[in-house]
Structures are given as C-alpha cells and as structure tokens.
Ligand binder design. Structure first.
Ligand code: ARG
Length: 460
C-alpha cells in the first residue's frame, strides 16, 4: 500500500490505469502553499474550539512550517510522489514528520471544502496580479495615446475608410475596454473572496469551529452560507474564465489591428525587433509573431469557458469527482492571461507610429464624404438629399481620380448650386475631427478631456 493510501479507508490499491486517469499531484502543485495555509488556519480553528489540544496544534503547525520552508527553498517536487492530490501529499508529509499527531489534522474537514478554500485563495492572489498586469498595459497605452493627441488617423468601419479620427482616440477605445475588464475582474474578486472551510464534505462540520474567525485568518472577507453550495459551486471560476475570455477578446482585437497596421500594405506602425521575427526563407519579412500569438491565445481561454460550463452543467449536488477537471482550464487561463498582458505591456512601448504612411492613407477612400453631406445640410439641404448628392459627387471624384479637395467649384456646383468656396475649408480633415465636439467624440478638446480622465484613474 502506498503512503498516500494509508490515510484513506481503502484496502485495495486503485488500478494503475485508474491512477493515471485520476491522480493530479503535478497539476495541483501550485496549490501547495495555499493548501498549507488552509491547513494552518483549520488547525488554529480546531484548537480555538477545543477540538485539538494546544500541544497537538503546535506540533502540526510546526510540521506545516517545516513544509513551507522546504517548499520555499525549492526542495520539494511532485515527481516520484504517489499521492492522489496535493491535499493527500500535505497530509502524508505532516504524518511522516510528526507521526500519529499528524493524523488529527484532517479532523472536521473534507477535501471538498479544502480544495475550494485553496482554489479561492489561489485565484484571489492571481486576480490581484492580473489586475496589476492590466494596469501595466493601460499605462503603456496611456503613454502612446498621450504622444498622439493630434495625430490624424483613418477610422474604419467594415475595414473601409470611414471618417478621420485622432490616433489617441483609437488607442483610448482599447483603454476604455481594459478599464471595463479591470472592473469586471474586481467584481469577480469579490465573489471569489468567500471562505468555504467548515462546509465539510457536504453538510457542515461537527466541531464548533468559529468559521468567521478562520476565514479572517485566511484573509477572506466572508464565509459561505450554505455548505452544499459551498462544495459544489464553481461559479467564481466560470466567472473568472469568462471575464478573462472577454479580456482576451479585447487583446485579440488590438493585436489584430497591430498586425494590420504593421503590414507594409498599410505601414502605419513599426513594432520593435524584440517583438517580431524574421522568416527563415524570405529575407524581407518582419513578422509580428507576438501580436499574432496574443490574438491566437484568446481562443484557448474561450475554449476553457466551454470546458467549465459543460463540466458543471447538469451535475447533481454536491461534490462529484468530475469537478477535479476544473483545475487545468483555470490554471491555463491564469497563465495565458498573465503571459499575454505582460508581453503586450512590453511590446507597446516599442511601437513607433509612421506619419508618412498615415498621411498617405488619409487621402484614400474619401474620408471627408460624410462631412460634405453635413456641409450641404449647413447650406439648408435636407440630410437625405445631401446624402444622395454627396454620393454622386464621390462617384464622379472616383471616376476622375480626384480627391474631394481636388474637385473644382464648377464641378461641385454642377451637383448643387448651394456649394461655395468655403467647402474646401469645411472638408479639411482637422476641421472634420474638431466638429465631433461631443462627450466621447474625437474633437481635440474631447480627446484631451478623455485622456485626462483616464490619467486620473490610471496614473501612468
Ligand atoms: N483532487 C480533488 C479535486 O480537485 C480534491 C477533492 C477530492 N474529494 C473527494 N471526495 N474525492 O477536486
């Protein structure tokens, strides 16, 4: 019988193939410090209510301290251990260290409430870390936006040139998304910050443990209020992974734009060499691999949301072993999001905007066409009619290969007598941008206001 089985009430060893399928120690390994923490708080709770003697509690706590020290010193590895999971591992190590007293550690708890306590502690830490990672990307974007509050840029809809905008406005669109992601993440933190310990396997615990005190020792702000829900609930993970999928969706949109902008076909930006690769075959290539990978990694996280949803759907209360499958998608989401945010925060400062290419693009696609329609409205033409006349003018400009600025007044007047010399000034792109003088618009003043609002909350 292996060591791990000596702590369970089984006499027959689990089949080798069943062990391969069900044992998770290497996967769980990252829960080790949290599992030790949970055990320490539980033992303190047992001692406090008289369920464990002072001496036993001290001895177990000392064994847990020793384990922490060995872990911190990098002396522990999961390799070669035959334990079922991290909880079995910690318990076995404590028993190996202090003998029979160690067998009292699991009094009044189950791995069902323990695993959720560990997982919530783990996720709380990592939500905070991801929050800081988001802030780092926001700062990098803020610096970029601040450099380009007067840079005219072609705005697209349907990836067709639509209207002129300010580059900072475009960047701040992403900052606004990331701020929402941050907000969502912190709301998820709040629902993760609930201590299930004391729920036992399903029904609660027989010992008069002060659950609120134990939760406090672990840094939780409150305790779960239904033991069955507490051991069966995976909402907080689904929420975290969904929130992460939305975040990764935003990063993928941004990275997609970086890929397009960096293509020589547009040439709006250069990405630093530390974040691009060459081709082994084509010497002219400078590939935006890192942006592409961040774009691609969004699909992993999206996949994980499916895994978690389908895992929990139709599962009867309370704990079922299926639920063990929650960990790999959770961990991979944490890793993927953290790696992506950190690479992006480092890559953004290497981006240089290329004014000549942008200038050239601004004269393509008649970005001022909507402005011409509004010009006609300003000359008393009803908007629908103005829209139609503008359409005809644009068609004729395309035929004669002229920009709207290049059409002569005579040409304009052949479409509408109301057009005057002042049309040219009206069609100037900077004027067009500055007519979008509303909250959230791309006019200089409102871009500046947006930027200072963001700067106040982010402080780059
Ligand atoms: N390794 C398990 C998990 O992650 C721990 C809980 C096991 N509980 C049980 N009754 N088998 O879900």
């Amino acid at each position: 019988m292996s060591d791990s089985h000596s702590i369970h009430n089984k006499t027959v060893e689990l089949a080798a193939s069943a062990q391969v399928l069900s044992y998770t120690l290497p996967v769980d390994w990252r829960l080790l410090p949290y599992d030790i923490q949970t055990n320490r708080a539980h033992v303190a709770g047992l001692k406090r209510c008289g369920a464990l003697s002072e001496a036993d509690a001290r001895s177990i706590t000392h064994a847990l301290d020793q384990l922490t020290a060995a872990y911190t010193a990098g002396q522990l590895t999961p390799e070669g251990c035959s334990d079922e999971d991290v909880h079995s591992y910690v318990e076995r190590r404590v028993i190996a260290d202090i003998g029979d007293t160690g067998k009292r550690m699991h009094t009044g708890k189950s791995r069902n409430d323990q695993v959720m306590t560990d997982a919530r502690l783990y996720l709380k830490d990592h939500i905070q870390a991801i929050g800081s990672d988001i802030q780092a990307v926001l700062c990098a974007l803020g610096v970029l936006a601040e450099q380009h509050t007067r840079t005219l840029f072609p705005g697209f809809t349907h990836f067709q040139p639509a209207q002129p905008i300010i580059f900072a406005h475009h960047i701040m669109a992403y900052m606004t998304m990331l701020q929402r992601d941050y907000e969502r993440l912190m709301q998820c933190y709040d629902r993760t910050d609930v201590c299930p310990l004391g729920s036992g396997a399903i029904a609660g615990t027989n010992y008069a443990i002060d659950r609120e005190w134990v939760a406090q020792q672990l840094g939780f702000s409150r305790v779960s209020t239904n033991s069955m829900d507490a051991v069966a609930d995976r909402d907080f993970m689904i929420e975290f992974i969904s929130t992460s999928a939305i975040l990764m969706g935003h990063l993928s949109r941004f990275c997609e734009e970086l890929v397009l902008w960096a293509s020589p076909m547009l040439g709006f930006i250069h990405i630093g060499d530390a974040f691009t690769t060459g081709s082994s075959l084509m010497p002219q290539k400078k590939n935006p691999d890192i942006a592409e990978l961040i774009r691609g990694k969004g699909s992993r996280v999206l996949g994980h949301t499916m895994t978690l949803h389908t895992l929990v759907k139709a599962l009867p209360l309370t704990y079922n072993r299926d639920l063990q499958e929650d960990k790999p998608p959770l961990y991979d989401t944490v890793d993927t999001v953290r790696q992506s945010l950190s690479a992006l925060a480092d890559m953004i400062p290497t981006i240089t905007v290329q004014p000549e290419a942008i200038q050239a693009a601004l004269s393509v696609g008649h970005l001022a066409a909507t402005e011409l329609a509004d010009y006609l409205v300003s000359k008393s033409v009803p908007f629908r009619e103005a829209h139609e006349i503008t359409g005809k003018i644009v068609v004729s400009a395309i035929k004669s290969k002229k920009t709207l600025q290049e059409l002569t007044l005579t040409e304009y007047r052949s479409f509408c007598q109301n057009i005057d010399q002042d049309v040219y000034e009206w069609l100037c792109l900077e004027r067009a941008v500055n007519r979008k003088s509303v909250i959230g618009g791309t006019a200089f003043a409102f871009v500046d206001a947006q930027l200072s609002g963001l700067k106040e909350s982010i402080q780059w």
